[in-house]
Design a protein around this ligand. Structure first.
Ligand SMILES: NC(=O)C1=CN([C@@H]2O[C@H](COP(=O)(O)OP(=O)(O)OC[C@H]3O[C@@H](n4cnc5c(N)ncnc54)[C@H](O)[C@@H]3O)[C@@H](O)[C@H]2O)C=CC1
Ligand SMILES: CC(=O)C(=O)O
Ligand SMILES: [Mg+2]
Length: 474
């Protein structure tokens, strides 16, 4: 397995005194310190000094700081500033609202705004379904979070959640042409979240719930699904489950096992873990074991968490007890949706032949692919810098594109299964390899096939509200 270290890209702005040092000296110092110079720009030249921006890949923030301190201590080198290229990408946020038409004169003004806009308002008042034709509703999704389960970072709050939600909104637009608004709520109260989302729903054709901690996420989604007539989709549950199933369909095909016959161990029985389990049960898998921080969920115990009681009743057919150490014995498939470092090499050695490991915690997986490589047949993570990225971004753009296209009132099981099979089918049987069980996010066939399959499933199951699909409009 080819593994690349992602590294951190830093830009060092250096003032170099001409009489004392040279850029060659800088390059040598950075190289010896383990930095990898990727680019050099001259910012300013004078008789005495040259100011250069030197872009360096470093292993960690600490490594970057050591290089900065080392350069600063050298005669003739002054580190003016250090910027992290990732932070630069986020400067001022990643999104803006752009009007589709320009207001060039009073006539335009009177049409897009008062007085003539009033006629459009009245038309919608008379027939609310016209909101789909005359407002942004038909192609707009709210990405709603309360910041309580952001990636694997936990409850970091609504302000800190914004970069992720802006990122999701960017992906909606880039991959599916859907306009999405990041909305981070400063409340963890279930009733209040339901009330707020219902109140903002008129502007949107769908609601993508994101990074809301479990078990509250289950009730929030369930109530919103019942009370709203637009699709409500908790991405961390269903997006993840759809992509997981797609990956497993291909991985099991590759290793020559029937998914239904596999023993599957899932660690992290939160939003993603519960939904992945339900998806696998729906796909016919019988032997699933769920592992929490307290061990394997089993029927001899009653849990405070209602979902875990359901889980214990519906999984673990042999009523295994203990920890991951016991659960992993003879497992064909490991699914990690928990946190970093949960899976050890010792666990891998106990798995059945041709182990399949999906270590999906973000940003740091349950085991590093380079550590697992000698012991697994198929390895996948949630990250974009390793092969086999099992990430819900393969699902949500196409899922909503299909649902909006059909003007579906909900997203049902059939639409999710259709999406999973569509993602899996992007890779032809003869193309399948250990490092290619799931298509790239950048493969344009993904959104097309997913959205077509989802829209078809919406029509087949009677939840579509649009009579004819005019694909050109989207
Ligand atoms: N690759 C992907 O597409 C996705 C990855 N994820 C990742 O999965 C993880 C969980 O996400 P959510 O389910 O949304 O969060 P969540 O907060 O709903 O659930 C996480 C669960 O994992 C448990 N957990 C944490 N450490 C554990 C350990 N060492 N052993 C057993 N259980 C442990 C927690 O107690 C909690 O029940 C995160 O790291 C997230 O980034 C989530 C959604 C999509
Ligand atoms: C990918 C994603 O949604 C997560 O890690 O939470
Ligand atoms: Mg998420």
């Amino acid at each position: 397995m080819e593994v690349r270290s992602p590294g951190i890209s830093l830009i060092y702005r250096l003032e170099l005194a001409n009489s004392v040092t040279t850029f060659a000296k800088v390059a040598s110092l950075v190289g010896v310190a383990g930095g990898d110079i990727n680019a050099v720009d001259v910012i300013r030249v004078s008789k005495d000094v040259v100011v250069r921006d030197v872009t360096v890949t470093v292993e960690s923030r600490e490594h970057g700081k050591r290089i900065s301190d080392m350069l600063n201590s050298e005669p003739g080198i002054h580190v003016v500033a250090v910027s992290d290229r990732t932070f630069l990408v986020h400067l001022g946020g990643k999104l803006e609202v752009t009007p589709k038409i320009q207001v060039k004169n009073r006539d335009d003004l009177s049409r897009v705004y008062t007085p003539h806009v009033a006629r459009v308002c009245e038309a919608i008042h008379e027939d609310p379904s016209k909101a789909y034709q005359l407002t942004i509703k038909r192609n707009t999704v709210a990405v709603v979070s309360d910041g309580t389960a952001v990636l694997g970072l936990g409850d970091i709050g609504p302000h800190a959640a914004m970069p992720v939600m802006e990122g999701k909104a960017m992906l909606f637009k880039q991959f599916a042409g859907i306009d999405a608004f990041p909305i981070c709520l400063d409340t963890k109260d279930t009733d209040e979240i339901v009330r707020i989302v219902k109140s903002i729903a008129p502007a949107f054709g769908g609601i993508n719930l994101e990074d809301i901690g479990s078990p509250r996420c289950f009730e929030i989604e369930e109530r919103l699904r019942e009370e709203l007539d637009i699709p409500v989709f908790h991405d961390d549950q269903h997006g993840t489950a759809v992509v997981l199933l797609a990956g497993l369909l291909n991985a099991t095909k590759l290793v020559g096992k029937r998914l239904q016959d596999c023993k599957v161990v899932i660690v992290g029985i939160g939003a993603a873990g519960v939904a992945c389990t339900k998806m696998l049960l729906a796909a016919g898998v019988k032997n699933i074991l769920g592992v929490t921080l307290d061990g394997v969920l089993h029927r001899n115990q009653t849990y405070d968490n209602a979902t875990w009681n359901w889980y214990a009743e519906n999984t673990n057919p042999h009523n295994v007890t203990g920890t991951l150490d016991e659960a992993i014995d003879g497992a064909d498939i490991f699914i990690g949706v928990s946190g970093p470092g949960v899976l050890k090499v010792e666990h891998l050695k106990k798995m059945a032949n041709d182990p399949i490991v999906f270590a999906m915690a973000n940003p740091t997986p349950e085991i590093k692919p380079e550590e697992a490589a000698p012991y697994v047949r198929v390895m996948a993570t949630g990250r974009s810098d390793y092969p086999n990225q099992i990430n819900n971004v393969l699902c949500f753009p196409g899922m909503f594109k299909g649902a909006l296209k059909a003007r579906a009132r909900t997203i049902n099981e059939e639409m999710k299964l259709a999406a999973a099979y569509a993602i899996a089918s992007v890779i032809k049987e003869e193309e399948l390899t250990e490092d290619y069980i799931i298509p790239s996010v950048f493969n344009q066939a993904v959104v097309k096939q997913v959205s077509d399959a989802v829209a078809k499933a919406a029509y087949d199951t009677g939840v579509a509200r649009r009579e004819v699909i005019h694909t050109d409009n989207y």
